[in-house]
Design a protein around this ligand. Structure first.
Ligand code: FUB
Ligand code: ZN
Length: 646
């Protein structure tokens, strides 16, 4: 299934245009200054741990030192280079959406800096260059060298697409050349993979961009070699010790690294969530080209394990801070979870690749759930503060005093010592039109309702007109070569009515318009407010409901309801929801009010009393989850306890 060139799709959707504008006008300039240490911002460690880098970014300074333009030491995480690469990628995609010569000048300067920091043979990683050159490609269990290379490749493709300038692509291809020299099946080559996946999916993108098949072969190699020799990482460590290169003797957690078996034999989402999902995205991308049935079977099983057993209603993934990892099936704690923004971004990516691989629409449900909820909550509405961890339930006192919640921040920090999420958010939003349309043979797919226009010169023009999800209709206009159009109907939309003179058919998941040279259709639907119950095996959500309208999951916030939102009780049989437009937070925001109860204030000096819960009526107001945390510190919850009486 083919994606379209981002130049060909212009997004006109007010909701997404607003986000792209914020990222273009606020986030990208802001992030550049932070990466340059030019702003006085609060750079926090991602969790309470004094040994973690914080206080400044230093990401660009590391390159200046590696390029010998400055003196000093490397500072920050050993994968800090990737912050710069992701920033370039977001700037590049943003340039596709809107020309900005002054931004091009800045990116060109950064590209020149990367070129100056790169070694003659193509190697580029400021951490190893500046701190442990003797260990280049010798500590793959933690090194992130190929993770950073993957982000460099993705940035280079984006910048070439945006500007036609080849300098960054040359740097990236030279870096990949260096990797190809050292890794492979020859006896003198390294037969192992980076502890953090990313290179795999980036290499397939590079193949798609350059048509050079050696890149997809290298991606395939990295997927085949992972877990092939489960002792690879311990042997690597022993060899470093024997050669006197390192005294380290870490214990290797093969599950954390998804290296307990070859990816094609894996069936569950285990270990570090972002690693898992970057790997799965790479697997799905490789499988699109190789059609390897074993890889496809593994991708399907892993995706099902996530979507049916391990995903939050917000599309968040990763149930624990320990190893930032997936935990067991149906174990979804709402207040200690991880739900890293990068993990939801990676779930969007994996689901999209699965859709391209199979043309099955369940993948788009998950893509949309993660995108509108757990991904968007990653950034503040001004685009300058960021969550790393996206909880579904916050009681500030508990977050401050419970050491088990040291990672659950109640407000988005200005920046993070481990800043993987903020530029990841920016690059996803800047290239959002990527997801809207795809094509397979003579079938054109509309995957997201989003006002937009796709032009394929001499072939066709398609437009979506409307303001989803704020209006309950979309108009589709197509002219061009005769082709079938398949429109995905998200599960949360109902009662479709179609006004169209051309032939069409409705299935459970799609609207299918027969091949025609001209299609003009008005699609009307309802977006009812739905109460969702969780699979009863999810212990944490028993006797609670979540509220969703359209793609948005809702939450209660202290700012609208006062303190004590855990006292909210929702009368399931009688509840009536009222939707209204509000100018608070975002313009416009659709808030939901309902008449429920408040469990009455405790009047006695006791923690436990005989059951007879007194209720008083109370109006509660819900806001879309992605907007939470924009009005100072306060309580928040997604799952609402049911009233025990009618
Ligand atoms: O290790 C690089 C990135 O930092 C990971 O993807 C995130 O989970 C964070 O640990
Ligand atoms: Zn992250």
């Amino acid at each position: 299934m083919k994606e379209f060139d981002l130049h060909a799709v212009s997004l006109k959707d007010p909701f997404w245009q607003h986000y792209q504008k914020i990222v273009r006008e606020e986030t990208i300039p802001y992030q550049y200054q932070v990466l340059n240490d030019a702003l006085d911002v609060d750079v926090q460690a991602e969790r309470e741990d004094a040994s973690l880098p914080a206080g400044k970014s230093h990401a660009l300074e590391n390159f200046r030192i590696a390029a010998k333009q400055k003196e000093g030491n490397h500072f920050g995480w050993f994968f800090q280079d990737s912050d710069v690469y992701k920033w370039i990628e977001s700037a590049a995609y943003s340039l596709i959406n809107q020309k900005d010569p002054s931004l091009v000048v800045i990116v060109d300067e950064v590209v020149a800096l990367l070129g100056a920091a790169q070694e003659e043979d193509g190697y580029l990683n400021t951490f190893f260059q500046l701190t442990r050159p003797e260990l280049k490609y010798r500590q793959l269990y933690f090194s992130h060298e190929l993770y950073c290379a993957g982000h460099l490749v993705e940035a280079a493709i984006a910048y070439d697409l945006a500007t036609g300038k080849k300098e960054l692509l040359d740097i990236a291809e030279k870096n990949v050349q260096n990797i190809m020299h050292y890794f492979g099946r020859e006896a003198n080559q390294i037969q192992g993979a980076d502890g953090h996946q990313e290179i795999e999916l980036a290499l397939v993108r590079l193949f798609e961009h350059t048509n050079n098949e050696k890149y997809v072969a290298l991606a395939d190699f990295f997927l085949a070699v992972r877990g092939e020799n489960p002792d690879f990482y311990t042997q690597e460590i022993a060899e470093n010790r024997a050669l006197g290169l390192s005294t380290e003797e870490p214990s290797i957690d093969l599950t954390y690294l998804q290296a307990y078996d070859q990816p094609k034999n894996q069936r569950e989402a285990k270990g570090h969530a972002v690693r898992m999902l970057y790997m799965a995205s790479g697997m799905a991308k490789v499988a699109q080209h190789t059609k390897d049935p074993a890889l496809i079977e593994a991708c399907v099983a892993i995706w099902q394990d996530i979507a049916y057993k391990k995903m939050y209603v917000t599309g968040g993934v990763g149930g624990t801070v320990h190893g930032e990892a997936f935990i067991g099936a149906f174990d979804l704690p709402n207040d200690t979870m991880y739900c890293e923004t990068c993990a939801s971004i990676a779930l969007v990516q994996f689901s999209f690749e699965m859709f391209k691989l199979t043309q099955q629409h369940q993948y788009l449900d998950t893509l949309t759930r993660a995108l509108y909820n757990s991904v968007l909550s990653g950034a503040s509405i001004d685009g300058k503060q960021f969550f790393y961890v996206n909880p579904l339930e916050v009681m500030p006192d508990s977050c401050h005093h419970n050491p088990g919640k040291g990672h659950v921040k109640t407000q988005r920090p200005d920046w993070l010592g481990c800043a993987c999420c903020p530029p990841n958010f920016a690059r996803l939003i800047s290239a959002l039109q990527r997801f809207v349309y795809t094509q397979e043979n003579d079938t054109l797919y509309i995957n997201l309702f989003a006002a937009s226009r796709l032009v394929q010169a001499d072939q066709f023009v398609i437009e979506q007109i409307g303001n989803f999800p704020f209006e309950n209709q979309m108009t589709i206009r197509y002219t061009g070569v005769a082709q079938k159009i398949v429109i995905y109907k998200p599960k949360w939309l109902q009662s479709f009515q179609i006004e169209c003179e051309q032939a069409w058919q409705e299935t459970d998941e799609t609207l299918v318009f027969a091949a025609n040279t001209l299609i003009h259709a008005k699609i009307i639907f309802q977006q009812p407010i739905q109460m969702l119950r969780a699979n009863p095996l999810i212990n944490q959500d028993i006797n609670q409901v979540a509220v969703q309208r359209g793609p948005f999951v809702y939450c209660l916030e202290e700012a609208d309801n006062g303190k004590g939102i855990s006292q909210c009780r929702l009368p399931i049989d009688t509840v009536a929801f009222r939707l209204s437009e509000s100018q608070k937070l975002w313009s416009p925001t659709l808030v939901i009010n309902f008449d429920g109860f408040e469990s009455q204030k405790w009047t006695q000096e006791a923690l436990y009393l005989p059951m007879n819960e007194p209720y008083v009526p109370k109006n509660w107001q819900l806001i879309p989850y992605h907007l939470w945390g924009n009005r100072g510190e306060g309580e928040m919850r997604v799952w609402l306890p049911l009233a025990l009486v009618k």
